[in-house]
Every structure is written in C-alpha cells, then in structure tokens.
Design a protein around this ligand. Sequence first.
Ligand code: NOJ
Length: 542
Amino acid sequence: MEKWWQSSVVYQIYPRSFQDSNGDGVGDIAGITSRLEYLEKLGIDVIWLSPVYKSPNDDNGYDISDYEAILPEFGTMADMDELIREAKQRGIQIIMDLVVNHTSDEHPWFKEAKKSKTNPYRDYYIWRDSVNGGPPNDLQSIFSGSAWEFDKETNQYYFHLFSKRQPDLNWENPAVQEEVWKLMNFWLAKGIGGFRMDVIDLIGKIPDKGITGNGPKLHEYLKKMHKETFGKYDVLTVGETWGATPEIAKLYSNPDREELSMVFQFEHISLDELPGKSKWDLQPLDFIQLKAILSKWQTALGDEGWNSLFWNNHDLPRIISRWGNDSPKYRVKSGKMLATILHLMKGTPYIYQGEEIGMVNTPVSSIEELDDIESLNMYRERLAAGYDKADILASINKKGRDNARRPMQWSNHEHGGFTTGTPWLELSPRYSEINVENELADSESLFYHYQRLIQLRKNNPLVVWGTYQELIPNDTQLFVYERSYENETWLIVANFYEEEADFSHESHKVKEIILSNYSDSSVDLANLHLRAYETVVYRLEK
Ligand code: NOJ
C-alpha cells in the first residue's frame, strides 16, 4: 500500500539556529512559524524538528529533562501548538525528535534514581558495582572517555553512551517502556506527523556483554512501541541507525514487521573515515565506493523496506564543503550536482536547513570559537594524548558538528537576519554572499534547483517508484544512473569533479533535457563532454 511519506520531502530544522524572533540570539519556535511561507515555497511536506523540549543543553537539546515541556528559550507549548497548526494549514507535517536512549541528568527520573539504591526510579537507568576498583568494563562513550560514571553518593557506576550528563535509560525495565509510550502518545495526540528516533539502534543494549548497537531485544521493543503508540496513526517514523546494512534496514522497515517507516543508514557518510578509527581520522573519499554503496541501497531493499536519502544533518559537515567545491566559482554548480544525484534516487529525501541555499563549513582557528560538546571533548582528550593541536583543529574543521549548526543565513543584514541580538554561535563569515534573499532573487539559484527537484518528485511517479540502474560503476569521475517506470526512462549524468569528462551512451536518444546545472548542456549522448560538476537529467526516447 502506498504511503504519503513515500512521495514526501522532509526538511530538518535545528531550532537553535533557524530563526530568532525575540532578539535573545537563540532561534525559537515562533521564528520557525514565521518562516513557514519560505518552506512552503521550497515545496517540502514535512519538518523534522530537532529537540525543542526542556533541556539543560549539555548536548543542545539531545539531553531532555522534560519530554512534555518546551525549552523556555524556544517558547511555550502554545507556540508549539500554533506551529503544528499553522504548518498543517500549509500542508506541512511536523515530526518530533524522539530521544529515548537517554535522558538528561536533570530529568526528575534521574534525580530520583540517584538518591538511593532502593529508590523506585533507580532501575530506570543502568547501575553497576565497580569491578577491581574501576568501571564495570571498558565500554567507551561516543563523546570520549569511559561510558561509566561513578556516583559517590550511592557508590555505583551509571552507564552513558554520550556525555555523562546523558544517562542511558534501562529499556529492560517495563516501567521505562510505559513512560516512553506515554510521552509518545502525548505528542501524537497533538497531531504531529511522526518521529525521528535518535540512536534508536542502541536501546536494545546489553552493556554487561559489551553489546551496544543492535541488541537482541531491539526489534521486540520497536514492535511494542508500534503497537502501543504510532501504529494507530498514519505517520512517518525514521530511525537513526548507524550500523544498518540493507539486511538490518529491512528488519526495521519491512511494512509486514510493523516497526518503522524507514531508517537513516550511514554507510556512505562514513566513507571518508579510516576504517576502524573514529570520525575524526580522515581518508580521501573513494568515489567508486560511494557510488557502489548508494547504488546497493537503491536496489537492496526491494519491497521490504524504504530508503531515506540524505547528505546532511545537524551532526555532519556541510556537503558542498565535504564532497563538492565551496569556492565561490563552483559552490552552486557542485551543490546542484550533489542535490540532483540524491533527489532523483528512490526513497524519501531529507534536506538540512541551509543546504537548499548552499551553506558551507566554517573553519575556526581556535576552540574558543566552538560550542559542540563532541568536538570540545575530543579536543581535550587528544591534546592530553599528545596529538598536534593543528591536526586536531584540522579534523574539527572538516568534520565538527558546529559546521552544520551556524545560524541560518537569511539576508546580508547584520547577523544574516537570524537575530537582532548577539547570536549564540557566530554566523559563517560568508553570509553576505550566501543567503536566502540572494537565492530568491536569482532564478538560477540553488534554492530554485531544489524547488525543481521537489516538483519533479511530486509530478513524476517515476521519481518515487521507478527502478534504478547504475551505469559505468567503475568510472572514476561520473555518476550515471537510469530510472525507469512504465514506458519512461530518465538518464541522470553527473560529473562529480571539476575536471572535465566524456561519456557515451550511443544506443539511446534524448527526447528532452529535464534539468541541468548548465544552460547549454548537450543532447548528443554519443559524445557527451561534461564540464566542471555538470549534471544533466535526460528524458530518453522510447
Ligand atoms: C544523535 C544526535 O543526532 C546527536 O546530535 C546527539 O548528540 C546524539 N544522538 C545523542 O543524543
């Protein structure tokens, strides 16, 4: 059965950095509502809202202290209700970020749990005795250091896969599950369009056996969640699953299994990291591998799952700086190339705020300029381990999360029109060149290219349902694939690099050019000569 989210495009908002409405330098919910017209113009169907709940902001909202309250900096529950209502009037659904692998250490459950070993909330979290005077085992936190934090008062360790202020919930406790169903139903009753599920692959962990991702009870929990909460609604659910292979993705998203709509897989995103090392240890992108992985995912799920398509989110560097070219000369051309490749694939595309105007990374020269806890922890850890300061900063400039978290660039006015106050994190110095106002004034802008890609999806079942066939997989420069549906075939040809390249597809003739990032692309498929980042979508003769 076809689902509405299979032909939808999602736009992710990181509320702190989207639009400030009251001059305190922090983006807020009223700011988002004021920009719905812009999002409607872009053509998206769904907003994924990064957390807006009450939080001490140790990890910018991914540490929640009350799931049913709004962070005062972001506004009130009335603002949130208004956003849901106003968005719906424009045909836009809001999906909430569900962060239930852990809470904040300021959540009342954890405050209670800490009080004593016999507190009724103790078992909401994962507590263990020390082993040989140290932590129970050597599991590491994703944000550096041991995953176990010692609590002096009760003389036990608690488990945290992220910061020590993000204690992991104990999903084996049925009371925890009930609490989660309750908070999910609270939000569903408000008429939201679904959930993005933060590190959901970790909830089935068994820390004593060293198992964190894909634990044995994970799918049992998700089936239960489906049954107790969103199964009664027609909503989109997408899980963040770092370790997913296509086989694993089918377990989550095969509709017969009644778990999630789809998952985010990260195989392509991890390609510029040294295997077995961390995200900070870089290697050059292997383009052939990138094509192989994206193509594998295009065909592997079949009818037993659904893909999500993304280059960016609030944890990843800006894609144009990462795998395109962020020089003024090629920023837009390479951005259009990357967007076209992704948006004409099969799956639900996700756009991260600012991607549609080609925002780029913002390198820093000192950690004073940073906010992100992951980067700051890594910096301290590596400095203590003797790494070279310049090397650490180089990794942060390439991969650090603040690259994605700089405020949205709306105009060339002070602070890019993001705030009238002092922004919580400085804007990119390139905001007078790259901003929404400029984009909307230029019919050849990246914004309008994204708008066209979204419309192509809306108006052509081929984009949503067509088969996918990669061509010339071993070509070191060109990404070429065909999509076919009923009697129609489209050919997508993209030069991933600045150097020019040739391509020949002699047996086919072009009916028309559907989209290109050059105004004079050739239709001679026997002798195609692709310029820097040139990308063309052809409709082929039958
Ligand atoms: C994944 C989120 O995307 C990231 O921003 C966060 O820090 C961790 N999960 C912990 O919640």
